[in-house]
Ligand binder design. Structure first.
Ligand SMILES: Nc1ncnc2c1ncn2[C@@H]1O[C@H](COP(=O)(O)OP(=O)(O)OP(=O)(O)O)[C@@H](O)[C@H]1O
Ligand SMILES: [Mg+2]
Length: 328
């Protein structure tokens, strides 16, 4: 049974077109010129209870607009949303009890207050029982390690620390659904990994349904079986992550830092697509070569300091989907 159902959902924004210059100003007086942005352009999908789904797409694709409609912050232009039997924008309060939300770009916490005081305020707003409150705080201590900075004002936290506190705050009232809009944006690898481990844990242990918006395909690859790709307000893919990897994830990139400045570098099975001093970017087809084969080849011939495997970017995959459709 889907806990979230979305049917032919649209959101349009009217944007005032301001004409510049003298004649532009006169024309602005004479008629107001609006242009219509179709931020979300007729999308339909369902999310089953306990599922963790990746919602990805390039900048401006419509991801945040979708999340805002699901949470009830934005009123749809048309279409239907049903979240656990409620229409979010019509039952905002009731809906808020059942959902947790994290916007990675902006904290939900009180900027000047110590983290713990934000938690206490939220506890009162959501009427969380003393028992549940302390059980949850214990869990956040264990899994998110927030104990070290729980008395620090939010504005003094690092981005990674703040994100962990935002996650904790979103889950204080035990919501069955969690919406995450770019929860790993701007974080380093270690901080990202910590958040991913936590999300996996609450999804599996507490069966929380999670909709995860991200630019980072590695998030989706590590966390979700299903992904939806949105572009220009339309869902252009809804299926398994494996299928996308199989179809579009063939070309992988390896970034190599050499210990010395080699004049001529040749590594069979790969192509150098960029070079910057001691660092090169190699592209290879993973159907033909494994990363470990390539790495051992490189290590045999050259002195290397560091290696990282880069995931394909969402833009590349979106382009691949359109190309595929044209070929069909
Ligand atoms: N309040 C608004 N008024 C006018 N246009 C808006 C508004 N909010 C979003 N848009 C426009 O709607 C489109 C979708 O925006 P949205 O924020 O949903 O994209 P996104 O997929 O979240 O992008 P990003 O990856 O950059 O966060 C964009 O063209 C954006 O400029
Ligand atoms: Mg966004």
């Amino acid at each position: 049974m889907p806990i979230i159902e979305v049917d032919n959902l649209r959101k349009e924004f009217k944007v005032y077109q301001h004409r510049k210059g003298f004649w532009g100003a006169i024309r602005n007086l004479a008629s107001s010129q609006y242009s219509l942005i179709k931020a979300v352009d007729g999308i339909s999908f369902g999310v089953d209870e306990g599922q963790m789904i990746g919602y990805v797409g390039p900048n401006g694709a419509g991801k945040s607009t979708t999340i805002k409609m699901l949470t009830g912050i934005l009123v749809p232009t048309s279409g239907k949303i049903n979240v656990a039997g409620l229409t979010p924008h019509k039952n905002r309060k009731e809906n808020a009890r059942r959902i947790g939300v994290v916007f990675g770009q902006r904290t939900q916490l009180w900027w000047d207050l110590p983290v713990i005081e934000s938690f206490q305020l939220l506890r009162r707003i959501y009427r969380v029982s003393g028992e549940n409150y302390s059980r949850n705080l214990d869990m956040f201590h264990d899994l998110l390690n927030i104990g070290d900075f729980i008395n620090t004002p939010v504005r003094k936290l690092s981005l990674g620390q703040r994100m962990r506190c935002d996650l904790a705050a979103a889950l204080l009232h035990d919501p069955p659904i969690l919406y995450l809009d770019e929860p790993t944006i701007g974080l380093d690898v270690v901080a990202k990994q910590r958040i991913r481990t936590f999300l996996n844990n609450i999804n599996q242990e507490r069966k929380i349904t999670i909709v995860l918006t991200t630019h980072d395909l590695a998030d989706v690859e590590k966390l979700c079986r299903r992904m939806m790709i949105i572009d220009h307000g339309k869902i252009i893919y809804d299926g398994t992550v494996d299928e996308i990897k199989r179809r579009y994830g063939k070309n992988r990139r390896l970034v190599v830092d050499f210990a010395r400045n080699y004049k001529h570098i040749h590594i069979p099975g790969s192509e150098i697509i960029r070079r910057n001093g001691h660092r090169i970017w190699l592209q290879f087809n993973r159907d033909h070569y494994s990363a470990s084969q390539l790495i051992s080849q490189i290590a045999e011939k050259y002195d290397i300091i560091d290696l990282t495997l880069e995931e394909p970017e969402i833009e590349t995959i979106v382009a691949g989907i359109y190309e595929g459709k044209m070929e069909e």
